[in-house]
Write a new protein. Structure first.
Length: 244
């Protein structure tokens, strides 16, 4: 449960702008959507509607998805070893110079974190020469939605966002992503460590100490986007994003 004891920040807005959306249903001759790229020391990322593998058990997605599969190249752990330590899939360069408030990356992820596999969201301000980690994605046994706060990049003119899958020398694992979007929220307000967030009128947000937070927006009919940051070492809690 997200409670007022460890809520770090909360953003509310009456508008949500989507700057990028990709579902991997259309690719060009490179095998990726227009403007996307990848590089690797091995097989690397690829787009497919068939995410089923001999050694790595996955959950099916919807349509085509982007896959980094450490079992690629007939890897059996002994022969035809696939080096999946530097599997990067890179989004088109983003211009964040006009962003005045929160901006974030939202995506669907299937990542179980088995056999030492790690998953990272990173950014580069020098055309990919160096990368800085924004968030490590933690493993689970099902598809999950993740939100990564990109607000620290507001004002940057050319930002590359990289999805980095790292097998750390292991095998029989991987990472699948889908439905990636970059959104920003204008006219935003941030509230720190509070139990109640008041909109104009009767709309309000409650963060009780004993249960999940709830939203009552029936009177105002606003479009609301919010995320809550919780410490990574507290009951496995991570950033949670929702918009409607």
């Amino acid at each position: 449960a997200i409670t007022d004891e460890f809520v770090q920040s909360f953003y509310v807005t009456n508008g949500l702008t989507q700057h990028l959306y990709e579902d991997f249903e259309e690719v060009d001759e490179s095998g990726f959507p227009v403007g996307w790229s990848s590089y690797s020391n091995g097989q690397g990322w690829y787009v497919s509607d068939d995410p089923y593998f001999e050694y790595w058990t996955t959950e099916p997605g919807v349509g085509s998805v982007a896959i980094s599969n450490d079992d690629a190249a007939d890897n059996d752990g002994n022969n035809d070893f696939n080096d999946g330590a530097m599997d990067y899939m890179v989004m088109p360069a983003q211009d964040f110079t006009s962003f005045g408030g929160p901006v974030g990356l939202e995506f669907g992820s299937y990542f179980d974190g088995q056999w030492g596999q790690t998953a990272h969201i990173e950014y580069s301000l020098d055309e990919g020469s160096t990368w800085t980690e924004l968030r490590q994605v933690w493993g689970g046994d099902m598809w999950e939605r993740h939100y990564v706060d990109l607000t620290e990049l507001a004002g940057q003119e050319s930002v590359l966002i990289g999805i980095h899958s790292n097998d750390n020398g292991g095998w029989a694992a991987g990472w699948i992503v889908d439905d990636i979007s970059i959104v920003d929220a204008y006219e935003w307000t941030t509230f720190e460590n509070t139990n109640a967030l008041e909109f104009s009128g009767d709309g309000h947000v409650l963060i009780p100490g004993s249960s999940d937070f709830t939203i009552d927006n029936t009177e105002q009919g606003l479009t609301i986007a919010f995320w809550v940051e919780a410490p990574q070492d507290l009951d496995g809690s991570r950033s949670i994003f929702q918009g409607w």
